[in-house]
Ligand binder design. Structure first.
Ligand code: GAP
Length: 464
């Protein structure tokens, strides 16, 4: 039997009514209290994010990205790369090494300055970041602490078999320095001239004293950073340009305006290199917090590396007959942290046809799967056509193929992980060569000829 929907509905569909939205979140913090718990639960249940070394009880706030999480994270990074590199002619890419010698970090200031104030609770002996606890031990409530001491956040290791001082190396705590140490290489090999940027996406490591809030602050994470080299007099203009561009990127990918804002740093908050910084902040369940920092770094980094290495890190402007050290505007985002913000913002609970559902309203570009291919019945007669449809979609979209349980349950499963469109192949498809496309957000269904399916889905994707 083909499970038909109510009279007047499309074939095999079980959720005709438009969803009644009961948002789990909102612009105000009220009502978001359990959002974090729900999203963390969903991440584990549906294979987005697992605790690392789970079978050994987990490992110190490190996380593994499962089959769906790796798709989502990759899509976040791809969306950033598309906006920051692919669609521009003034930014080029780079993939620098993670291991680097102490000289880099001495010049950058990280060996001297990249530390947090560490205190021990005198009562329960737990260690905390002094600036994050307001003078009260979060574990036992004591207000007695040791003197704060500077704790350097870089992971130190040894390159090669001898563990002596000469072999010390560091795991990079930011991707940015790779762009500065390669400035001259890129300038010579690409014939770019300021204003131009170097972009990089990759892992960074910080020995955080208090990793917390799931993947918000972890010891191993991914960054998406771009160093934009400009003539010194143009730095402020470009700083403002990048603030606006980066703010818009989040809005374009579906974060509502009331959940994202720009906040300019007070002078006392500025990092050692910064002549001005603003953060892109997201309204997390615990309040506004940083997603991305956009800094005017002046000429600090190129000067520091030029002085330490003895190399000239300047640009010679032939037209003006002038040599100068470019200033740098740096939009620096966290890929893993941004993925979490997209998840929190997309999480909704609503009702479809009187039934509760969880739906991730992710932008189709970000969703782990763009299309769920669902043969209505497991019967062998539908399988060849369903597999043919799947094969025709796979070169264009990330697809899931699901044959288990009722069609209604399969829709719920796809909604829960944010799949924007489900394509159902039913017995009529064998006759009319058409399939039903069902939209995640409206639950509307349309009958589409298989020959037009790729173009139809592409149109829907472009319309978002
Ligand atoms: N190059 C400048 C720089 O690294 P940052 O503000 O320290 O600046 C940039 O880092 C972004 O990297 C942050 O806005 C955040 O999104 C992400 N990030 C930093 N530390 C992180 C951590 N421990 N876990 C996850 N993401 C982190």
């Amino acid at each position: 039997m083909v499970p038909l929907g109510p009279p007047g509905t499309m074939r095999g569909m079980s959720d005709q009514e438009n969803p009644t939205d009961v948002p789990a979140d909102g612009p105000d913090l009220a009502g978001r209290a359990d959002l974090m718990e729900k999203v963390v639960g969903l991440c584990k249940r549906r294979g987005l994010i697992f605790q690392s070394a789970d079978i050994y009880g987990g490992f110190r706030s490190t996380y593994d990205y499962g089959p769906l999480g790796v798709n989502l994270l990759r899509n976040v990074k791809n969306a950033w790369w598309e906006a920051m590199v692919q669609r521009r002619d003034d930014v080029v890419g780079l993939d620098a090494a993670i291991l680097s010698p102490p000289a880099v970090w001495a010049a950058s200031g990280h060996l001297a300055n990249f530390s947090d104030p560490l205190v021990d609770c005198r009562s329960c002996h737990q260690r905390w970041r002094e600036d994050k606890i307001d003078g009260v031990c979060p574990s036992c409530g004591s207000t007695e602490f040791t003197e704060a001491r500077a704790f350097n956040l870089m992971f130190k290791t040894h390159a090669g078999p001898v563990e002596d001082e000469g072999a010390v190396a560091y795991l990079r705590p930011e991707t940015a320095q790779g762009m500065f140490t390669n400035f001259a290489n890129v300038l010579q090999t690409t014939r770019k001239k300021p204003p131009f940027g170097i972009a990089q996406v990759g892992k960074s490591f910080r020995n955080e004293i208090t990793p917390q809030n799931f993947v918000f602050r972890t010891r191993e994470f991914e960054q998406m950073e771009m160093e934009f080299f400009v003539p010194p007099d143009d730095a402020q203009t470009w700083f403002e340009y990048w603030l606006a561009e980066r703010h818009r990127w989040y809005l374009d990918l579906g974060i509502p305006e009331d959940q994202i804002r720009l906040r300019h740093h007070e002078a006392s908050e500025l990092a050692h290199y910064s002549a001005g910084t603003a953060d892109v902040e997201f309204l997390f369940p615990w309040g506004w917090d940083e997603l991305e920092g956009i800094a005017n770094r002046g000429s600090f980094d190129l000067h520091a590396h030029a002085e330490a290495s003895g190399e000239r890190l300047e640009y010679f402007d032939q037209a003006a007959g002038e040599r100068y050290t470019p200033h740098v505007i740096e939009p620096a985002a966290g890929a893993t942290r941004t993925m979490m913000a997209f998840l929190l913002s997309a999480y909704h609970e609503d009702e479809v046809g009187g039934e509760a559902r969880t739906v991730l309203r992710l932008h189709p570009k970000l969703a782990p799967y763009q299309v769920g291919v669902l043969p209505l019945s497991k019967k062998e007669t539908l399988e060849p056509l369903a597999r043919q449809v799947l094969a025709s979609l796979q070169p264009h979209f990330m697809c899931d193929y699901d044959t288990t349980q009722s069609i209604g349950k399969r829709y719920r499963r796809q909604d829960e992980v944010g799949t924007p469109w489900c394509v159902t192949i039913d017995f009529d498809s064998l006759e009319d060569g058409a399939v039903t496309v069902r939209d995640r957000d409206t639950t509307e269904q349309s009958r589409i000829p298989i020959d037009d399916l790729v173009a139809d889905l592409r149109r829907r994707m472009d319309a978002v």
